[in-house]
Design a protein around this ligand. Structure first.
Ligand code: 13P
Length: 261
């Protein structure tokens, strides 16, 4: 089957870069991609800055008409009200966010986010027309006990129960042991899990949903290993942490098609 899924290279900045640094970074990223004559039909680029940077990024991207999408790293499951410290999907939509990360392993681990809460967050994003990038992945202990696919597949099933077949979402497979460790999954393992996730989407929604939904790999992605992931039929891009904080390195990952043979 010929795939029409546009690859997505997404940079999760985590808690790095304030709004002034964000402006400089996004400006430089756009110039770097322009200078390299980045083929925008070959990959889409998105950045996920901290909440406090989003207004600055929006203003810059709008004023300069940059082809760079952006999103937040989390959102509230609620629309508005007495939820101190929370950020509504409505606010993110009015800041022009295309995407929002949901269920990053650091949110699951440090903020106790359960599949039930994450299902509600996916629903909240969709209510405001924002594409949720749902993160799933196994820990090192899960890998040893259950193999690679079982936990991510279970997380997907639990979070997406009842999702509309028309929903536009992205899945990111991020093995927890590969995040920030410098030890990426092998392309075979990443492909195996992404294929299992796609199969699960066809089971819980339908074949069309499974074939159009993008599934990213994340965990120690660099310019030196991106090509091996992008050669896999079920991997449609990457969610990049550390390497997304350096403009030249991230731009090189965005232009992975230059090194995929
Ligand atoms: P690293 O690329 O630093 O391993 O982080 C991956 C990640 O958590 C992206 O969300």
């Amino acid at each position: 089957m010929v795939t029409t899924r546009l690859p997505l290279i997404a940079g999760n900045w985590k808690m790095n870069l304030d709004h002034l640094q964000a402006i400089a970074f996004v400006q430089k990223l756009s110039w770097t991609l322009d200078e390299a004559r980045h083929d925008r039909s070959a990959s889409e680029v998105a950045v996920f800055p901290p909440f406090t940077d989003l207004r600055s990024v929006q203003t810059l991207v709008d004023a300069e008409k940059f082809s760079i999408a952006y999103g937040a790293q989390d959102l509230s499951a609620h629309d508005a009200g007495a939820f101190t410290g929370e950020i509504s999907g409505a606010f993110l939509a009015s800041l022009g966010c295309t995407y929002v990360l949901v269920g990053h392993s650091e949110r699951r681990q440090y903020h106790g986010e359960t599949d039930e809460v994450l299902g509600a967050k996916v629903g909240a994003a969709l209510r405001y027309g924002i594409v949720p990038v749902l993160c799933v992945g196994e820990t090192a202990a899960d890998l040893e006990e259950f193999g690679a696919s079982a936990v991510p597949v279970a997380q997907l099933k639990a979070t997406l129960a009842g999702i509309s077949p028309d929903a536009d979402i992205v899945i990111a497979y991020e093995p927890v042991w590969a995040i920030g460790s410098g030890k990426a999954a092998t392309e075979e393992q990443a492909e195996q899990v992404c294929a299992a996730l796609r199969h699960t989407l066809s089971e819980i929604v339908d074949a069309d949903f499974a074939s159009r939904t993008r599934i990213l790999y994340g965990g120690s992605v660099k310019s030196g290993n991106i090509a091996s992931f992008m050669r896999q039929p079920n991997i449609d891009g990457a969610l990049v942490g550390g390497a997304s904080l350096e403009v030249a390195e991230f731009a090189s990952i965005v232009r992975f098609y230059k090194h995929v043979i």
